[in-house]
Design a binder for this molecule. Structure first.
Ligand code: AMP
Ligand code: MG
Length: 423
């Protein structure tokens, strides 16, 4: 290897990236963070398309909510002093002088011993300070008998009691939920500026791969990574662009990787190792993707490639199904989440207690798939009784957390406190 310049895929100055140099997971994440900083952009969307997005701006109230004093009940708008002493035995009789249907207002003023019939949501007429529920009254022609005294102010929602005009309602960074959308509708805000969801393209690569509904043939397997990645992206609220699967041919991969570079993120799976037909890194270099690392000291997931061309972030994920999924969770998901301002959706870390002895070979950091169980208000973890190989999807499907074992550890005893990431 040249002393100064890396002669391989990246052509960068030695020390920054070297082919063959394996970096640890912390360093890998640092590089990804650094290279993907400041990528997020603003998008303006209709409120109906904003669910689960994150606000890119503060929202101020354009009006008071409610916009007028309104009745919380069907009943009669009255002056509280008139009906203070009303009871079952001694009902108070008031003259009904008008009616407020919702959507209409009364021009009349409630005077001494008078009432205006009112519906829930109707504007409180002048002179009234209370609403008596219909359930405590009896109407007879033009009069109403009130059987219960009601305190001043009862059953009225006052103008601006929910939100005051001009005040800040939500700050930048707030997640849009159905209630946020409903409130924006109340305020007359039909469009929102949010963190843009990235365009993510996925490309699976391999001559051995068949479509889901094709019949199995000797030497062939079905393409499961495509569906793993689609659903892992769906979990992030993203519907990816699915590129046509590539064969293990340089030209085919080249063409499809080029297509993928029109997106914000390109994720490929397979073809990143050292086999005779693993062309991905060569293609990345040829299309001008700058590669920052191509090996991480983790198992599974060692041959993970990370690069960038202009503003497109590129991950060459390993083809082994568990490795693909775990490297997605470890490296891809956090960047995509940050792009959307949704750091809250990164995998949650929690403490757990090992429920069995674990022995692994030292070397790379092991990322084990584990199953949690709650006992005595504690989380315990154990390894499902299946193969833990990089291709054994069942072990991942039966697990609900990941447990990282540092490379210098080969044994952890039952009862040890460990940190796990919940899937
Ligand atoms: P590779 O990374 O191309 O060397 O592939 C490693 C292993 O993962 C091989 O056994 C492949 O057959 C398998 N593999 C690669 N891509 C996929 C895929 N899309 N779905 C399922 N298995 C795959
Ligand atoms: Mg392959």
């Amino acid at each position: 290897m040249d002393k100064l310049v890396c002669p391989c895929i990246c052509g960068r100055v030695k020390g920054y990236f070297q082919r063959g140099k394996m970096i640890d997971i912390v360093k890998a994440k640092e590089i990804i963070d650094r290279e993907s900083e400041g990528l997020c952009e603003m998008d303006e969307v209709s409120i109906v398309d904003s669910l689960s997005c994150v606000l890119f701006h503060d929202i101020y109230a354009t009006t008071d909510l409610p916009p007028y004093d309104r009745s919380a009940m069907d009943g009669y708008a009255v002056r509280s002093e008139d009906i203070e002493k009303a009871s079952e035995e001694m009902p108070i009789i008031l003259n009904i002088i008008d009616m407020v249907q919702t959507g209409k207002v009364s021009e009349k003023e409630v005077g001494n011993r008078e009432a205006i019939k009112i519906m829930t949501g109707g504007k409180i007429p002048a002179g009234a300070d209370t609403v008596v529920m219909k359930e405590f009254t009896e109407e007879e022609g033009d009069i109403v008998k009130v059987y219960k005294g009601v305190a001043k102010g009862r059953n009225i929602c006052y103008r601006g009691e929910d939100i005051k005009e001009g005040g800040i309602v939500f700050k930048k960074g707030f997640k849009v939920t159905p209630a946020v959308i409903a409130l924006c509708a109340s305020l007359g805000i039909s469009r929102l500026r949010v963190y843009r969801k990235p365009k993510v393209a996925i490309l699976t690569i391999g001559d051995e791969l068949l479509d889901i509904d094709e019949e199995l043939k000797d030497g062939k397997i079905r393409d499961s990574n495509k569906y793993a990645l689609i659903s892992q992206l769906n979990e992030c609220g993203i519907y990816p662009i699915i590129l046509e699967r590539a064969e293990d041919r340089f030209e085919d991969i080249y063409k499809k990787v080029n297509e993928g570079l029109n997106s914000d993120f390109l994720l490929t799976s397979g073809g990143v190792s050292v086999g005779d037909f693993d062309f991905v890194k060569k293609v990345f270099k040829e299309v001008g993707i700058k590669i920052f690392f191509d090996k991480v000291a983790i198992k599974p997931g060692k041959p993970t490639v990370f690069g960038k061309k202009d503003k497109t972030i590129v991950f060459g994920l390993p083809g082994n199904p568990v490795a693909t999924m775990i490297t997605f969770y470890e490296f891809v998901r956090p960047v995509i989440m940050r792009f959307m301002g949704r750091e809250d959706l990164c995998l949650k870390e929690t403490e757990a207690i090992l429920d069995e002895d674990i022995t692994v070979e030292p070397g790379r950091m092991k990322i084990l798939r584990v199953k949690t169980i709650k006992r005595d208000n504690q989380i315990f973890v154990s390894i499902p009784p299946t193969h833990q190989g990089s291709a054994n999807l069942l072990s991942l499907a039966l697990s609900d957390a990941l447990l990282k074992i540092p490379g210098d550890k080969s044994e952890i005893k039952k009862g040890t406190k460990v940190k796990i990431q919940l899937l």
